[in-house]
Design a protein around this ligand. Structure first.
Ligand SMILES: Cc1cc2nc3c(=O)[nH]c(=O)nc-3n(C[C@H](O)[C@H](O)[C@H](O)COP(=O)(O)OP(=O)(O)OC[C@H]3O[C@@H](n4cnc5c(N)ncnc54)[C@H](O)[C@@H]3O)c2cc1C
Length: 445
């Protein structure tokens, strides 16, 4: 049996380990941290993520989607919180589709537990990957408990060690490899809206809540225990920024003024604000993702993207789907497989990074803009009347398996067309009249 090493037991590494074990490989998974399942007992809250169709597809292929559904909460609408407390609901899909709130830590633990069902998967925790010898396919790890350096030789290596991948670092130094990274000038901080005393949620749990405030925003996703994890996406520097909110008084005044309806539900706001880290957001593009037929990058190790389309993990899970499909097509022959996989996936990863950057502006700014809301209404109506002619960009990305690169192209075309429709005189009053749909048909053809 061929030996495969997976570096990084995060979401993508744990899922890929299961898929490889199902193909009959002997899989060794190396993780820098201690076993999350034991560490989790000690406490600590994790961020939650929106899981959507691309992620579900990979989980279905692995045969574990039903296990994950048990820890996922459907969100059918965006719920926008205006400054005066007015709520506006906007469905995510045109056919009542949902995205699903899952705890990153909870999902990671579940994937590890499911991986434990396979005798041919073995986890090695507290093993920090230091380097890889590309010639011999040998990984070196620092054993974080003994401080010894250990070596591990394998036939193939899947590097799923995240945005700061050690395996990718070696590829950067030792082969023809294009790489770029950029930090967003906004970072994030997690906060919490606790459950009511009876354990119920304080807000509608089936919505993704957004407080769009122009240059920045806060969002909240429901947890199974009745709480919400809030994430404040905010400039790192500048007049209104993490750098300038220094004292409890400043933070309290800012939240009272900016998120008044949320503050009422956040009794531990000030303690959380100062206890929780301010984290940065990195974007990584690189190419190729493989070294010969031996090593391949997957997940954030290959493509760290900003979280504004809720697609980082979904894209990583789609890496697993695409690899799986290409492996099956090649009937298990690895010759050229990793290189073909990289060629196929790089344009899609680059496209979702561009889409996610666009969506940040949309979420924090445009979701409060009447023009944008009108555009969504017109698109939604046209799409319901002519589903074969128009799938909204959000649905292409979130509720389909259309290649991200195709979705990006389609979206640009659709936007150009909608700009023409929005120029129609008195469109805000007349948008529901039949001639608008006719005009769209004419423009499409
Ligand atoms: C605020 C925020 C919100 C997000 N929201 C969403 C969302 O709504 N939907 C979505 O799809 N995605 C979202 N994402 C992105 C998502 O979290 C990531 O894309 C996903 O976690 C990537 O999974 P991964 O397994 O590739 O990497 P990671 O989850 O980073 O896992 C990497 C693993 O490798 C280990 N590791 C690292 N270095 C080493 C080493 N040297 N040796 C051994 N092990 C190592 C790490 O400890 C970790 O366990 C969000 C991200 C952020 C920051």
């Amino acid at each position: 049996m061929k030996k495969i090493a997976v570096v990084g037991a995060g979401l993508v590494g744990s899922l890929q380990a299961i898929l490889l074990a199902q193909k009959g490989y002997q899989v060794s998974v190396f993780e820098r941290r201690p076993d999350l399942r034991k560490a989790a007992l000690v406490g600590g809250k994790s961020i939650n993520l929106a899981l959507s169709d691309r992620g579900w597809k990979a989980l279905e292929i692995a045969g574990i989607a039903e296990d994950i559904r048990k820890i996922a909460i459907p969100m059918y609408n965006r719920c926008m919180h205006a400054l005066d407390g007015t709520l506006t609901y906007q469905p995510y899909g045109v056919n009542n589709e949902a995205i699903y709130s899952v705890s990153r830590g909870g999902l990671n633990q579940k994937l590890m537990n499911l991986a434990d069902n396979y005798p041919n998967i073995e986890y090695f925790f507290d093993r920090k990957c230091l380097d890889v010898n590309l010639k011999t396919n040998t990984l070196s790890f620092q054993n974080e408990k003994t401080n010894q350096v250990e070596q591990f030789e394998s036939d193939k290596i899947f590097a799923t060690d995240g945005a700061y991948s050690a395996v990718r670092m070696r590829m950067q130094k030792s082969m023809t490899f294009d790489y770029s990274q950029k930090y967003l000038d906004h970072g994030y901080k997690e906060l919490v809206i606790p459950a009511n005393e009876d354990g119920s949620h304080k807000l509608d749990k089936n919505c993704l809540h957004i407080w769009p405030r122009g240059e920045f925003m806060m969002i909240a996703l429901a947890n199974l225990d009745g709480s919400f994890t809030c994430t404040l996406f905010f400039p790192m520097e500048g007049e209104t920024s993490f750098a300038t909110l220094e004292t409890r008084e400043q933070v309290a005044a800012f939240f009272d003024k900016t998120f008044p309806d949320a503050v009422e539900m956040m009794p531990t706001l000030l303690d959380d604000y100062f206890a929780n880290p301010t984290s940065s957001l990195i974007m990584v593009r690189c190419e190729p993702w493989n070294y010969k037929d031996n090593i391949v990058l997957l997940g954030d190790a290959a493509h760290a993207i900003v979280p504004f389309y809720g697609q980082g993990m979904n894209c990583g899970f789609e890496d697993c789907t695409v690899f799986n499909e290409m492996y099956d097509e090649s009937k298990g022959d690895w010759t050229g497989l990793l290189s073909r996989f990289s060629d196929q996936r790089v344009p899609d990863a680059n496209a979702i990074l561009d889409l996610a950057l666009d969506n940040y502006v949309e979420m924090r700014d445009k979701t409060a803009d009447p023009e944008f809301l009108l555009q969504k209404k017109i698109e939604g109506k046209f799409s319901r009347l002519h589903p074969d002619k128009w799938t909204p960009l959000y649905s292409q990305v979130t509720f389909s398996n259309t290649r991200y690169s195709d979705a990006l192209r389609n979206g640009r075309k659709q936007d150009a067309l909608m700009q023409q429709i929005l120029k129609i005189e008195n469109i805000h009053e007349r948008w529901d009249e039949p001639f608008v749909m006719e005009k769209m048909l004419e423009l499409i053809s």
